[in-house]
Design a protein around this ligand. Sequence first.
Ligand SMILES: *[C@@H]1O[C@H](CO)[C@@H](O)[C@H](O)[C@H]1NC(C)=O
Ligand SMILES: *[C@@H]1O[C@H](CO)[C@@H](O)[C@H](O)[C@H]1NC(C)=O
Ligand SMILES: *[C@@H]1O[C@H](CO)[C@@H](O)[C@H](O)[C@H]1NC(C)=O
Ligand SMILES: *[C@@H]1O[C@H](CO)[C@@H](O)[C@H](O)[C@H]1NC(C)=O
Ligand SMILES: *[C@@H]1O[C@H](CO)[C@@H](O)[C@H](O)[C@H]1NC(C)=O
Length: 318
Amino acid sequence: MGLLLRSLSMLILLMWFFCLPPLGAQSTSGSSGSPARALDALLQDYAFRAFRHPKTGIPFEGDVPSNLTGIKIAALRLRSGSLYRRGVPMYKELRIPMGVTEQPYVQRLVLVYQNLGNWSVKYYPLPGYTYLTPVLGLLAYSASNLSATDLPELNITATDGPISVQFPDVKSAPVGAVAKCVWFDLRGFHNFSDLASGNICTTIQQGHFSIVVESIAPSPSPISPTPSGGAPNAGPKKKSNSKVGIIVGSVLGGLALLVFLTFLVLWVRKFKHRKKMQQMERAADQGEALHMTTVGSTKAPAATVTRTQPVLESEYAP
Ligand SMILES: *[C@@H]1O[C@H](CO)[C@@H](O)[C@H](O)[C@H]1NC(C)=O
Ligand SMILES: *[C@@H]1O[C@H](CO)[C@@H](O)[C@H](O)[C@H]1NC(C)=O
Ligand SMILES: *[C@@H]1O[C@H](CO)[C@@H](O)[C@H](O)[C@H]1NC(C)=O
Ligand SMILES: *[C@@H]1O[C@H](CO)[C@@H](O)[C@H](O)[C@H]1NC(C)=O
Ligand SMILES: *[C@@H]1O[C@H](CO)[C@@H](O)[C@H](O)[C@H]1NC(C)=O
């Protein structure tokens, strides 16, 4: 019985071990939005510092701290009415048409532009996809206090036509793969859409934008064979890697369970067999004595109990 208990607890431990990693991965992936939000706050601060002599309607390039070299920022201060009536024909890679409104309403606002350069993947990881351009950001803030930090973003909405983002240098997509626009909202959710043309994505809201393509070759393991036929709908590789881990874990766990159950069944059968043999031997040794005495002690209720009862065995042991 001790062996059985030990095996059982071992099995439970084993299954627990196999079930834990996916659960842990899920809980950590939920908070992935916060480093990007902290970066937005930091870049707002540094972009606003570009306004030494704030002139309305002219974009100012900002400097980023040295630990973020590779990121480019700019800030453009506008009157709300001017943004709505005229738009901004050219602001870095952005073309803002007329009809853009902000929520909540402010008299003057600042449009902060971000180009995350080689930091794009770090702050906006997108498993299973490869970036063909840096991630660009367009965020709006109230301009009422240009030394304020930790400002909340304004929601901007293009009501007439969409804002377009024209990416200058798009890396070429692998043959057969389809490039898509990706848009990240401020809560960290993303959505894909078709390109408006070769290098233009459109949006009606603030957020972060880039052009991506589904990764075909599995990046972490170069040994495994790559599907040479351009299969554009081959699933996200990093995601499927963790899926493979789960499947392998489940299979191993299942195998362990199967082996354990087989042993259990064999053991129980052997145990039963031995017990039966013992009983038969005892019955043969004592002949009819067992039966006769059972009939004899009709007064005792113990007589109706099965023969394996220890009372009976010790009473009639030779
Ligand atoms: C970079 O440096 C700035 C200012 O020195 C600091 O506030 C920020 O936390 C740093 N960011 C990272 C990602 O190290
Ligand atoms: C991006 O490139 C700069 C140099 O141009 C480097 O200092 C920085 O560490 C790089 N960032 C990342 C995330 O690799
Ligand atoms: C602007 O923001 C800074 C930093 O939060 C604060 O110290 C200052 O008092 C604010 N100025 C006004 C006019 O609200
Ligand atoms: C901005 O939009 C988001 C969702 O689209 C909403 O949750 C949020 O409350 C809005 N913020 C303002 C200031 O309207
Ligand atoms: C993503 O975009 C499609 C098409 O524009 C839309 O139907 C869908 O609701 C969007 N999903 C999210 C999560 O925003």
